[in-house]
Design a protein around this ligand. Structure first.
Ligand code: AMP
Length: 441
């Protein structure tokens, strides 16, 4: 069992680098291994172990709610009046504060600050007799984003929230049914075909038999557009879209509204690669390899201070001077959040001798918090809340800065009303608290 969980999780490493874990059923008991760290560090020594098991789950963690602590690592494994349960969850429950307060008043004890644990409390406190009935009773009480998988005894349950914020796909081979956030995980198991778990759907897999339950009506979708812009891997299909092809379209849309086509276009690797290609094809500007990425450096975005974030970017991205010197450079990144990456990049490109630098972002200006599972700093830290694009250009030292307008973004997808644009537009497909959600205690 560990191998069959390890390789798909390894493919999903980009979705969370803070903690990794697996849980599976062995001799009728749920066993689990989890720790802070990356998949290879945490789980590779279990690879050689032969543990026959019919059902297992795994998780990589990226914290948005609940800090980077071992107590918050997943899967969560508990024993309660419904039996032994293991649970892995992607997303944020937006009414978690209210649910937690009411459980607390009734005597619940919490070990973690993650909203995942409260789902297990709700299941345990349900008066329904079985796990399945309890799950069906509590799911409608949750608001916000949850794509989740549970093990209960020898049965797997996959669930998705009614707005379908976070992706969840199902693939099958002769001897396996597999659920994953992205299709790149199924590829590691040689499973070429997949279908989406539908919003408000629960899929139950037991001894190879599949049972599908629609547990709530779906009136509207709120798929996270940022999954397509930045979060997912380009070789994945997410919400039915090839992530790479969609990003190419975003780059093409940027080129279509741009009147400054430089001598060369370069990308900020890796997140800007596909959009830069689309920009190059549409504008006719040659695509150059202008920046090299050091794949051994860690994530800069989650570093705690501006100084460590800055050092992180300098260690991660290096300009190729011969490609850049004396050129008018159009540089494409997927998004700007605090502006740290862009400011350093522009100074690196100047040092490398660029004549002009025009920064283009294949996303609109990020001005609002995400309540549904993407880590976005407080509104005051977001550069687009403090400056216009031309002020940003002056601040970061670029000749110009242009963001993709929301309307252009919407025109790149077939069904624009099926997406959540909350981080750009400030309106959300379900109720949220007024205060920005940023609790990492
Ligand atoms: P910043 O340096 O704060 O402007 O962050 C922008 C860079 O971080 C871009 O290059 C993005 O690829 C990346 N990024 C954007 N949003 C996120 C996020 N929520 N988590 C991690 N990285 C992100």
């Amino acid at each position: 069992m560990p191998e069959r969980l390890f390789y798909p999780l390894f493919a999903l490493q980009h979705r969370g680098q803070e903690a990794a874990g697996i849980a599976y059923n062995r001799n009728k008991k749920v066993v689990f291994y989890k720790s802070l760290g990356m998949v290879s560090g945490v789980l590779s020594h279990y690879l050689g172990e032969q543990h026959p098991s019919k059902v297992g789950i795994g998780h990589v963690r990226y914290s948005t709610q609940g800090g980077n602590k071992i107590e918050n690592a997943q899967p969560f494994c508990i024993a309660c009046n419904k039996g032994q349960i293991a649970f892995a969850h992607n997303g944020n429950i937006s009414n978690s504060d209210d649910l937690r307060a009411s459980l607390f008043d009734k005597g619940s004890i919490f070990q973690s600050t993650s909203d995942t644990e409260l789902i297990l409390h709700l299941i345990s406190r349900s008066e329904k007799a079985t796990f399945r009935e309890a799950l069906l009773e509590i799911l409608p009480k949750l608001q916000g984003a949850f794509s989740g998988i549970f093990i209960h005894e020898d049965t797997l349950y996959a669930v998705r929230d009614p707005l379908g914020f976070r992706p969840l796909v199902m693939g099958q081979s002769l001897d396996m049914t597999v659920f994953a956030s992205e299709t790149c995980a199924l590829d590691t198991l040689g499973i070429p075909d997949h279908e989406d778990v539908q919003p408000a759907e629960m899929i139950i897999v037991k001894n190879g038999r599949i049972d599908r339950v629609q547990w709530a009506p779906v009136n509207q979708k709120g798929q996270c557009i940022f999954e397509l812009i930045y979060f997912a891997r380009p070789d994945s299909t997410v919400f039915g879209y090839s992530v790479h092809m969609l990003r190419k379209k975003l780059g093409a849309a940027l080129a279509a509204i741009d009147d400054h086509h430089g001598d060369i276009v370069i990308s900020v690797p890796d997140s800007g690669n596909s959009a830069a290609l689309g920009y190059s094809v549409t504008s006719g500007t040659p695509l150059e390899h202008g920046l090299t990425r050091n794949h051994y450096s860690g994530r800069t975005f989650i570093q705690p201070t501006p100084e460590t974030r800055e050092l992180g970017v300098r260690l991660k991205l290096h300009p190729i001077k011969r490609a850049i010197a004396g050129k008018k450079v159009t540089i494409i990144d997927d998004s700007m959040v605090r502006g740290t990456t862009s400011k350093i990049l522009i100074s690196l490109l100047r040092e490398a001798g660029a004549k002009e630098i025009h920064l283009r972002l294949s996303a609109p200006e990020i001005k609002n918090p995400c309540f549904f599972g993407i880590d976005i700093p407080t509104p005051s830290e977001l550069i687009s809340n403090r400056m216009t694009p031309s002020q940003i250009a002056r601040f970061i030292g670029a000749d110009s800065v242009q963001f993709l307008p929301i309307d252009s973004l919407r025109s790149c997808v077939d069904n624009p009303d099926d997406f959540c644009y909350g981080c750009f537009a400030g309106t959300y497909p379900c109720p949220v608290k007024d205060s920005p959600m940023r609790r990492k205690d």
